[in-house]
Design a protein around this ligand. Sequence first.
Ligand SMILES: Nc1nc2c(ncn2[C@@H]2O[C@H](COP(=O)(O)OP(=O)(O)OP(=O)(O)O)[C@@H](O)[C@H]2O)c(=O)[nH]1
Ligand SMILES: [Mg+2]
Length: 253
Amino acid sequence: MNTTLIIIPTYNESDNVEKIAAAVFASLSETDILFVDDTSPDGTGDILGRMASEDPRIHYMQRKEKDGLGPAYIAGFRWALEKPYSHVVQMDADLSHDPDSLPDLLAAATTHDVAVGSRYIDGIRIVNWPLSRLILSKGASTYVRLVTGIPVVDPTSGYNCFGRHVLEAMNLDDIDASGYSFLVQLKHQAWMLGFQLSEVPIIFFERRSGESKMNAAIIREAVLVVWKIAFRCRFRRSPRQACHPQSVAAGSR
Ligand SMILES: Nc1nc2c(ncn2[C@@H]2O[C@H](COP(=O)(O)OP(=O)(O)OP(=O)(O)O)[C@@H](O)[C@H]2O)c(=O)[nH]1
Ligand SMILES: [Mg+2]
């Protein structure tokens, strides 16, 4: 078993799962991958079952029904914490997150508690998005920062690496959003616990095949979740106390 686990949630990603696994291992051969599939009707699960039987680095969790990105990741985190992984990476299946950035992300996660793959640090690095999608994403990032005070340029990024000690310290039951706003809850809770977040520049590519799961309900949830996050911590805009990452890390890694 490797010490890094990459969790990839999937729903109708039959065109992409073999490509993403090959690209991940080309960039980083010593890693495990856990695919979390919500019984995709397009047969993604059958492909994942075969891939897992052929390569011991690949693991496959099948969930009963489509339940959103957040619950899929939480199930993946709980699975990871039952094993001795030191780092857990979040990655989409649609090749939007370039596996070539994995070494940079992991390097940042050795000096910081959480490494955030950032599309907006030092400029905008997004390939092939329509302007409307860019405005929505950039606007969401600004909105999150204004309301919560989280000091991250790209708080909605889905390409992140968490040290095990961070996931162990978090209350995963509080991370209850279903759509991508779950990614904000996750980073915000880590920050509020005093963990240090580092942003690593990444290039984000629009998905080349398969369909987007973004919809109006996910956007509505995101608008409300940001206020829920702020309210839960009584609008506090800084952690109550800073953790000392190296000592926390030394105790648990
Ligand atoms: N298990 C599971 N995975 C999901 C679910 N919804 C989305 N995903 C996966 O989560 C990742 C991100 O979803 P995307 O549809 O790419 O969402 P997005 O990146 O905001 O939108 P596009 O890039 O435009 O497609 C992909 O790997 C999806 O297959 C879900 O309900 N369950
Ligand atoms: Mg995507």
